[in-house]
Design a protein. Sequence first.
Lengths: 636, 665
Amino acid sequence: MKNILNVILISLLALLASEATAQKKGMAYPVAAIPASLMEADAIVRDYQIDYTVKSASRASMWEKRVITIMNDQTYLNGLVIHYNSFCQVKAITGKLYDANGKLIRKIDKEEIKDYSAVSDFSIYEDSRVKFLEVNYPNYPYTVAFEYELEYKGIRNYPDWSPQFDYGIAVQNSAYRISLGKGVDMRHKANFDTKPAKSEKDGMTVYEWTTRNLKPIKEEYYSPVDREILPLLRVAPTVFSVDDYEGDMSTWKSFGNFIYKLNKGQDVLSATMKEKVQSLIADAKTDEEKIAVLYQYLQKNTRYVSVQLGIGGWQSFDAKYVERNKYGDCKALTWFMKSMLQEAGVEAYPALIAASSKPEPIEASYSDSRFNHVILYVPGDEPTWLECTSSYDPPGHVGRSLANRKALLITPEGGQLIDTPKSESGQNTGHAKIEVALDEEGTAEVKVRSTKTGTSQEWHRYAGSSLSAKELKEELEESLSELPSLTVTHQEIKTDETRPISEYHYDLEVSKLATIQGNRLFIRPNVIHQFTRVPDKEKERKQRIINQHPYTQKDEVEIALPEGYASESIPEGVEIDTDFGRYKISCEMKDNKLFYQREFSVKNFDLPANRYQDMYDFYKKVKKHDRVKAVLVKKT
Amino acid sequence: MRKFLTNGLRLVLLFIFFQLTFTPILEAQAPPLIWGIVPDDDLAMTSYTLDPDADKVVLCSYGTTTLVKREASDDLEVVYTRHIRIKILTEEGAKDASVKMSYHKKEKIFKFEAQTINPDGVSKVRKEDVFDEKQDGGRYYTRKFAFPDVRVGSIIEYKYSQNSPFVAIPDSWYFQSDIPVKWSECRFTLPEHMEYVQVSRVTKPYDIKEVESRNTRSFGVSATETTFRFVLKDLPAMEEESFITTMDDYRSRIQFQLARIDYPSPPYSAGAKDEFMTDWADLIRRWMKAESGGRQIKYKANHKKILNAAKLVTAGITDKEKQMEALFNFIRDSYSWDGNFWRYMEEKNLNTAFENKSGNGTAINLSLLACLQAADIEVYPVLLSTRDNGKLQKIYPIIQQFDHIILLAKVNGKEFLLDAIDKELSPNMIHPQSLNKEGLLVDEDLKNPAWVTLPPQASDELVNINLKLDGDESEAEFTGVYNGYRARYKRKSYKNEKEEDYIENRLGNLYDFEVEDAEFQNADKPGKRFVEKMTLTVTDAVDKSGDNIYINPLLMEQTEERVFSLKKRTYPVDIAYPYVEKYILNFDIPEGYEVVSTPESIKLKLPDGDGSYLYLVEVKDKRIQLRSEERLNKPVFQPEEYDGLKEFFDKIFDKEGEQIVLKKM
């Protein structure tokens, strides 16, 4: 024990000494001062400080400093991206570049700072912008130091603290301070072990969190969402004010209340539109029918165009804007749909949601503004969820980026957390009947008749409504690039109007589907659905393994062989049932035909890290069995 | 085996017209469309006959470009007008009925209008729904707007005028779009004292080209004004492609560049003129005079600090070629390329770039040039157009088409092309972006232009596997040797990944293997061959079934997907550089087994010696040997060659799936 202490002490002293000599020589942040245990990283955060001062519910300022040693070209941390908008202005940006010894190479020139619009592809206009600065140097490692200030004239949230930035990054030293003036407060939640020190300074209450020596974390497949893995401190206001709108984020209820008030009165339809709604629902008997007919009207008559200005990130354009332009963003279209349903006597509530491939953690005990999207919730014995920006989803379909997570209902009584439906492999299915007729040369006519449901048919619905016949054909040609050269002779997608069911039919002519070699014929009986996405090998898995996109695919293949062949080697029956999924194939030869059956399902799972190898083995086996060929010999 | 090919796939094209004969006409032609007045046929149209799949069609796209000399001032000005009308044919077409247009802060947009026309009425785009967004620190703006009430069957149209002070190179007119175009018309008007060069890059001859003259006042005197009219009809949609900059190269367009102004006398003094474009020698002189071009190498003060730093680099080296190599490595490793190409450098001078350790391609290569000159090595800049920037035209001396500079050095009677912008480059191996056929030699002593060909370095790979069956497992010795651009590619991925990840990705997941031993050579030596040697234990190299053993002789080198899956291709295939890929398998037949069937040996050839494939199986003594060799001898294949190329690769794919069968004796 004593020895260990000594070692620590000595290395600490060495560290201090090297820092000290460095300082003396006018050097800063030499690489030699980084503890060896942190060196295996793409970048090392030497010093990262956030100072956030909240003067009132609507005024705040932030100072940030980050000093980062760049080890290779696999990181973006040699660049600085600052988001700003009409509520938040950037002041004084400085940048410095040091070499590995800590010698100052240069200061960054103002002209190197670029200014861009931060408008996402799907948005036509937003007032959010970015300042961008990037420092490059040919000799690794080198160190960049950035400092800047932000001035807020309106508060929507408080900055979070993510000292590690990303996977592969080590942290030597970082701190987050928040100073609160009179009348403001904050709430916080950390996903790692950290406690703030509280003090009083200049009449403000100051909370400070610090952390040191964090080792880099490796990015892994099938892992939980980043925000659960990388150290993160979330900080949120209680009362806040933006554009003269005051809100309280203390609870989900109060935050929902703010959003409700902000959008109150935006749901008034014109007299003409009211008449239109009445005529549309004239023949509808049940609420379900009303919902379906109005949703279809929305889908056929409006389109998604995103415009976000000022408070517009939270406040919807009014229903008349949608009536006039026949377009709107997710908020405008959702509130418009809500208005139509209201006219039809059906109560519905907008639900704020974080759309993403992996659900983000949202807890009842901690409310903040994590959401990036809004959908509509219609309560009932069987509640209906409506994605109002989709022109092709059937009413009630909850897509993979929305399922399995918490959403915030906006009701007159305030906000209320609610779960969206969980996706199950039994709902997301594919069932294909595949008929193959082989000739003597190995050329085949292939007929595929398949029915897809749930998330498995999302693509088909999109393709059926959005792709031209030519694009559809090219998509199919590209998706079948594992087959030999082929021609698509027929292709058809049919979608059910009100349920998430699609049929996908196509015919192919494949030259050399079978290889004839002397008197042998080789063919892979799993003709169409080959599994190829085996995850990477991971020797030291750290994170839990998770899948939330379950599905089942069932194939029945019937291959009519040319005359006179007998089996030499056909795929053996396989049945694998694991916690990750199920795989079952069988193959038999009868009346000059090869019958092949395959069922592959991927389950919903959340398992400990030590099961990774089992999962890898499972997928690997599936890929392997999927490729097995049948060998047939011509009878002489 | 063709993992490279899909990375390098690019498209290329086509005709360039320079000298056009025009039909003179006497009367001014009316514009091809009038605001708000839509023929009934267009409103009733439900699909576009020439492209029944189209989601939208441009009914008419009409633009004028007029050069104006204002009476009141000395300023010249371009005035553009644009009027675009589009028919919406499907729901998909209605979805993205919005426009983004970019303009410079010194340009002014006026008389802007936009509207949607439906059978039951017209909806205008309201002022508050039009946004002008700052770009690039306020140098540019983007105007954005979405059309209201767009349905299947709607017609959307917008028009505007725009003033611009940039008279030297007015905006090009693009006839073609990513949706089909029924009628595209451009009119170009200029006063008699100004001369412009016109370059058309079009896929077919103009349907109409006319010229008309009228009297006006210009440069303070009465003068003739001439209008050129260009019309192309029925243009197909441009296929969508991710490399949008290159796609511009294939889009039918007309470009203009100011050549000269002859000022009338009076009011100007006799013989007053401004030359903007004369010949290649003049272009070279101008580039050499430019502050961020030739002046950087002409004046020592601009690059003195580099020479000071480079002083010791060649110490003790007497051979000129070795000196060149040392200086090349020195400059290459002193810089971090910022990823940009431009025919001028962006820093104040070479000293600053060198001290910042960062610069664009020109800054880096000019730094090298300064060093080589100081070492008495004969060296010239070579102006070129990178692949993304498009093809060169060699008729008119237009500087704007160039976007990069490399060097040509002549040492010991040999020529070297030098491009020191990234760590994987070496003398005579230039960046793949620079492999664009030819460049212009910058030599002020030459009267006529000299064009330097930019040949790719020979690129090849040889993979050798020796496989031995040992009980249920096999032992495989895997060796890969790579040269030229193949070595560059391999070296890059090796350096960017951890060694064990590199090996996993290199060998794929078709087989289960353990790596017993791995060795890599020359990972840090650009210009040298890259070598990988691995010893593997493979558990499933062969399939045993009953008395039989089946084995795919390509093992981990078999292709899992066809390279060309699409039936048709509209644009040429560009693989950047020719290559040779060789593969050899030596497989020891296990004791007690005999060979019953092997894949047939074949030989494939592309026409004109453009490529070949050889697959040769031999059984000798107790060993099976497979040798295959795939060769492509040219970098670009035209669309009419696509079928042949696809068939070639499809056959290789089929061959690579075939198996060897062994049977227990």
